[in-house]
Design a protein around this ligand. Sequence first.
Ligand SMILES: Cc1ncc(COP(=O)(O)O)c(C=O)c1O
Length: 352
Amino acid sequence: MSEVLVDLLSDTLTRPTDAMRAAMAAAPVGDDVFGEDPTVRELEQRVAGLLGHEDGLFTPSGTMANQLGLRLHVQPGEELVADSLAHVLRAEMGAAAALSGISARSWVADHGLLDAAQPLALMVPDGGAYQVNTRLVVVENTHNFGGGTVQPLDQIQRLRDGTSPHGIAMHLDGARVWNAHVATGVPLDAYGRLFDTVSVCLSKGLGAPVGSVLVGSRELMARARIWRKRFGGGMRQVGILAAAGLHALDHHVERLAEDHARAHRFAEAAAQAAPGSVDPTKVQTNIVILEVAGAGWTPAGFVEQAAARGIRLYPVSGTAVRLVWHLDVDDTGTDKAIAALVPLLEEGPPAA
Ligand SMILES: Cc1ncc(COP(=O)(O)O)c(C=O)c1O
């Protein structure tokens, strides 16, 4: 493979900046399993406050934060509902079933976009002795495999109004809720308060090397702390990582708008060259799902040709590839991606 010139594989690839590394080196630390790491506590409380919740819990990954959220609300043998492209269903290695005995049903959402009527129609609040009880609805905002889709606040509110009377909980997979906030101006706590628990990632667009936070009520977070230890996620002098998260919150949230603008610029260029490949109006944040099958490519073939031109991408489905903008891709990188990939869309694959 050629040298990677522009890495659009994922926003998890970012390396900590020098300033972030300095903040990590200077962080006061303690044993977090005993709740004695001051930097971790600062991060947990800050993220909880931002999202309008009482308390938070630092976790090594977004997957663990999500899985703790699910475990709090659903007992083995009960179910959650989530859309069919949700990260919790597609990309957490069956953890809900494997670790917590949770069964799941899903609905198909266009670009991952929430239409509250769909989950509300699926819910079985009281299945009696015959049907599985629904205990939780999971919403992902922004939606990763949907293409960075922002969830409309009014639909989330409708879902809350429909679930609350039945005692059905709501968990937000907010790995990229920062992007939703920056794209729309909706305050983080306006999203957060509509959910019982929220997981957020510091290691995606925010550029920290590791770490997520789960937020909820004090009581729920006390229970989550026990489950985190049980899942093997109790960490010790981990303030050095929490410090990266605090630095990211101070310096890397508002700049997400730059990633959004670059992703949109790419989408405009791709749509001009190959109109069916992407709808720029659907590119709301930092992710572009590019349909390459219409131009005659298999996703694997397109990824290979892109790699030969120094651009790294991810084949996301049987027809499409995914491109993700982040801290380490600037305007020049975006120009290079356009120059390398648009001709591939225009020309299609070489004749066999
Ligand atoms: C929407 C979403 N949720 C959760 C996660 C899980 O995060 P992690 O890779 O830290 O486990 C990801 C990771 O890409 C994601 O995109």
